[in-house]
Design a protein around this ligand. Structure first.
Ligand SMILES: O=P(O)(O)OC[C@H]1O[C@H](O[C@H]2O[C@H](CO)[C@@H](O)[C@H](O)[C@H]2O)[C@H](O)[C@@H](O)[C@@H]1O
Length: 265
């Protein structure tokens, strides 16, 4: 199997580019060196294009098959690590049987099982209700309840971003919660429900044990995962425009991710 990785750009580094600023370069094949690789994939903005509403995403018809083929090539060392609920990923991906973590890492499920393990406590119902009420009071913003987090989306009302973030931050401070500010979305989770914990848990068990992890993600919520890779000798691949990041490499967009993945099988 050949996994291609974008290399660092000496030109950018010489030009004094920020450390931690993943540059884009043409992919280089790793060839034989890729036998020990594990692949961790974010979903929205990485495998599927961002849409106006969470339910409007268009899943490429070949995506479940591509994931299965990669999983086979990698002998099971492939996992989706998403902010979405696992039941949503199951529905959108036709129940494809690969390892998955959902709700930003609160839900954890190895391949070959229907049993979900909890990596964090669920968000208390009163918190969920407070967020939902707030979304309603702000004129009916899109509210998304997940087993281990809850989100208010403001893609259709961008001017409300700061107000929602301030409300969620106050709620989090009073209740020992974590705020995640993703792409036009503010979410609350319990401590421990993050993608870094999920990747670490996968890496501590077969078939990931001893492998070299690569994590592909586009959002700031993927930074926890990028940061968790170093102890395992892995690296992050940022999807999208350059920004300050813990990722080492970068792919330009969802199309580039699909081409990169397809080249690996
Ligand atoms: O970690 P991910 O798999 O990337 O999930 C992150 C969030 O993705 C979804 O919201 C984002 O995508 C929507 C569809 O494109 C878009 O409308 C929204 O503005 C984005 O924030 C999902 O709805 C969230 O639950 C995930 O946490």
């Amino acid at each position: 199997m050949t996994i291609a990785i974008s290399s660092r750009s000496p030109e950018r580094e010489e030009a004094g580019a920020l450390p931690g600023f993943a540059p884009l370069r043409a992919p280089l094949p790793l060839g034989q060196g890729s036998d020990d690789i594990a692949l961790f994939l974010d979903f929205d903005g990485t495998l599927v294009e961002i849409a106006d509403h969470p339910e409007d995403v268009i899943v490429p018809t070949g995506l479940p098959k591509l994931l299965l083929a990669l999983n086979e090539e990698l002998e099971g060392r492939l996992a989706l690590v998403s902010g979405r609920a696992l039941k949503t990923l199951d529905r959108l991906l036709d129940g494809v049987d690969v390892a998955m973590a959902g709700s930003h890492g609160g839900e954890f499920r190895p391949a070959g099982t229907k049993e979900t393990q909890a990596l964090a406590a669920p968000l208390p119902q009163p918190i969920c209700q407070a967020l939902q009420d707030f979304a309603q009071e702000q004129g009916g913003l899109v509210f998304e309840a997940k087993p281990f987090s809850a989100a208010i989306h403001y893609r259709d009302r961008p001017a409300l971003g700061d107000t929602i973030y301030a409300f969620a931050t106050a709620l989090a401070a009073d209740n020992g919660l974590i705020v995640k500010h993703g792409k036009m979305v503010v979410e609350l989770t319990m401590p421990g429900s993050d993608k870094g914990h999920a990747v670490t848990r996968f890496m501590q068990q077969a078939p990931f044990l001893g492998s070299r992890p690569l994590f592909l993600g586009d959002d700031v919520t993927d930074e926890d995962a990028f940061a968790a890779l170093a102890p395992f000798g892995g690296s992050g691949i940022l999807v999208g425009p350059p920004r300050d990041t813990c990722a080492t490499w970068r792919l330009e967009d969802v199309g580039a991710v699909h081409r990169w993945l397809e080249d690996a099988i």
